[in-house]
Design a binder for this molecule. Sequence first.
Ligand code: DNO
Ligand code: MN
Length: 402
Amino acid sequence: MKQTWRWFGPKDQVSIDDMLQAGVQGVVTALHHIPTGTVWTEQEIAARQAVLAHMEDGTPSNLAWDVVESLPVSEDIKKQQGDWRAHIDAYRQSMRHLAAAGIKVICYNFMPVLDWTRTSLTHRLPSGATCMRFDLTDFAAFDLHILQRPGAAEEYDAALCEAAARRYAAMSGAERDALAGNVVFGLPGAAEKFTLEDVRAHLAEYAAMSEDTLRAHLIDFLSEVVPLAEELGLRLCCHPDDPPFALLGLPRIMSSEEQYVKIMQAVDSPANGITLCSGSLGARPDNDLPGMMARLGDRVHFLHLRNVTRETSDVRGSFYEAEHLGGDTDMVALVEAVLKEEARRKASGRADWSIPFRPDHGQDILDDLNRRAQPGYPSIGRLKGLAELRGVIAALEPRIGL
Ligand code: DNO
Ligand code: MN
C-alpha cells in the first residue's frame, strides 16, 4: 500500500517538509485554482510537479504527484445542460495532459451541488481533540429553518421535525450562521463556494431529477472518458457520496455497493474504478467495507482510510469522525482485504500492484488546535492516523506474503 498524503498546494498550511517528516511516499493534489470545466494545461501541471519536487531549503523531496483529487466534474455535465459537451472535451484534454505528465490515477465524484457535508467542523471530544461531525437534527434544522427548502418537511419524520425546531429555536444567531457556513459555504476539495441563495438556485435545477437520470448522466460521462483513459493508461476512480444517503432532496448514486456495481457493470472496464473511502461509506451501517474491498477489489484504484462512529442506527443518521482505528469500521479487516487484493495483483504479474491510499481526515490534536489547517486536514491528526495504519500494514504484510 503506497502511503500518500493530500496536499492543497502552495497555500496549504501543511508544507512539503511536514509531509516528508510524516514519512509519506507520494502526493495527492489538484489544481484547485482552475475553474471547473476548463482544461488543466501542461504548464500548470508541470508547475505543480516542480513545486512538489523540493523542500523549503531546495533539497529534493523525491515526492511525486501520484493521484489527482479531484479533477472535478461540472454541474453542467451532471445535469447534461449548457456547456456540458465542451466540459467533457475539456476533461478529456486534461486527462491527456495528466497522462503525458506521468500521473495515472484520477479521483472525482458525482455528487450534485454539494461535495462532502458536515454540520460541525470542530466537534469537541472528551479528550479535548476536535473532529468533524454530521448531526442529523442539526442538518434538519438547517434544511427546514435556515434554507427553508420547499417540501423538506416531507423528508423527515414528525419526531425529527420537532427536534429540529427545538434545536433551531435554542440557537443564537451566530450559531445559526455557523451551521449554515459549515453546511453550504464549501469545504476543502469542494469545487465551489456557495451562498444560501446559490444553493437554492442549484437545488431548483435538480428538483425533478431522479436517481436513474443522474446515473444515466454518469454513465454517459464515463462512456466518453473511460475509453480514453484505457488508451492513456489512466485509472479513473469515483469517490462515494459523503455522507452516503440522500440530502436536500438531491439524487445520490454512489452510496452503496449495489449502486457501485451498477456503474462498474454499465461501463465495464478496469479504467472505470472506485475510490474506496471508508469514512464516507462507513457512515451507513449496511455498507460492509472489508467485504466491498474483497468483492470490488480489482476496481479499487485509490483508498481513503478513515473511520466514523455512528451515533444512530438508521441508514440516514448522525456520526462523527473517529480515530483511524476507532469507530465502527473494522480497519484491520479492511487493510487485510486491501493487502490480499495487492497479493492477487502481484501474483498476476502486474507491475503496478501497489494501491495508493491516504489517511483521510484526521482529528485536530496537540498543536493542530493552535494551527488550524483546512478542516479535516491537520498535520498531526493525520500523521497519527497514518502512523497507526502503517503499524497495521507492517503487522499484516508478512502474513499475506507481501
Ligand atoms: C473530503 C474529500 C472529498 C473528495 C471529493 C473527491 O475530504 O474526501 O472532498 O476529495 O469528493 O472528488
Ligand atoms: Mn474521502
